[in-house]
Write a protein that binds this ligand. Structure first.
Ligand SMILES: CSC[C@H]1O[C@H](OP(=O)(O)O)[C@H](O)[C@@H]1O
Ligand SMILES: Nc1ncnc2[nH]cnc12
Length: 289
């Protein structure tokens, strides 16, 4: 057992964390290219926290342009044990009102323009995504968000669309018919890559809008999302502080820490040494030696 190093990926409206003590921005190089920004490393209580603004400071990158592989590799390389994603999400359900927080337990991937895996030709791996969200981290997130004063919905299904456009009305109704509860543009492939990197992942969605399915409600736009996010930023920062303070000093192992144990399929003599070298941070635990 060791301590926690919590990676926090901040979405729209969350580009820094003021409460971090001894904070410094650190540049991290990865074999997958450049992460969205430097990492903001600091401390809250006994917990080391490493913050990455998903779209970069100033929100330079669209959801499709984010280098998700570089982001997850950088967080792993910097020593993160777990990743908490904070994201602005649309609501596909009446009871999930703008201003609420929601912590889903299932994710659906409808993206198609992004690199969804660290593995491939010369080193093939298939991790389980049956339960894409870490229940332990999600539980801490729910408690922390409540402690920060937010109204929190626990569980539910989040769908990630490619964007950058918001959905058509027909798509919004389609996702509702699939029993999706929340909609965003960034949870995938972030969660898949976190699993491949053996990093437990949980998502705190800050509900900003009703997308475009709801009768009598204006369709979502950036101004309405950012208005709700501005009202929620304090609670989001408080939630990050609460979760760091609530984590136990010692971190018990999670089954996700060993997600690659039964995932690698390429025979050792058929592996591509160049790809194996690129996987040093992500899969070094199972590939070294
Ligand atoms: C600003 S509206 C659409 C934008 O907001 C969400 O970003 P994030 O998940 O990083 O908080 C959504 O996924 C879109 O990228
Ligand atoms: N309605 C919506 N669709 C996709 N991503 C979003 N992020 C915030 N609201 C959204």
């Amino acid at each position: 057992m060791g301590g926690w190093t919590l990676g926090v990926i901040g979405g729209s409206g969350l580009y820094a964390i003021d409460a971090l003590e001894d904070q410094q921005w650190i540049e991290v190089e990865t074999p997958w290219g450049k992460p969205s920004d430097a990492l903001l490393k600091g401390r809250i209580g006994d917990v080391t926290l490493i913050f990455l603004p998903r779209h970069g400071r100033g929100h330079r990158l669209s959801p499709s342009e984010i280098n998700y592989r570089a982001n997850i590799d950088a967080l792993k390389r910097a020593g993160c044990t777990d990743i908490l994603s904070v994201s602005a999400v649309g609501s596909l359900r009446e009871h999930l009102a703008p201003g609420m927080f929601a912590v889903p337990d299932q994710l659906i991937d409808r993206t198609w323009l992004r690199q969804p895996s660290f593995f491939g030709s010369g080193m093939v791996a298939h991790v389980s995504m049956a339960d894409p969200v870490c229940p332990r981290l999600a539980g801490f997130a729910v408690a922390a968000a409540r402690g920060a004063g937010a109204v929190v919905a626990e569980g539910g299904t989040h769908i990630t669309i490619e964007g950058p456009q918001f959905s058509t009305r027909a798509e919004s109704h389609l996702y509702r018919s699939w029993n999706c509860d929340l909609i965003g543009m960034t949870a995938m492939p972030e969660a898949k890559l976190a699993r491949e990197a053996e990093l437990p992942y949980a998502l705190v969605g800050m509900v900003t809008d009703y997308d475009c399915w709801r009768e009598g409600e204006d369709h979502v736009d950036v101004a309405s999302v950012m208005k709700v996010m501005a009202g929620n930023a304090r609670a989001a920062r408080a939630m990050v502080r609460e979760i760091a303070l609530a984590l136990p000093t010692e971190r018990e192992a999670s089954p996700i820490d060993a997600a690659l144990d039964f995932a690698l399929i390429t025979a050792p003599d058929a592996r591509d040494p160049a790809l194996v070298a690129r996987l040093d941070a992500v899969a070094g635990r199972v590939l070294r030696g």
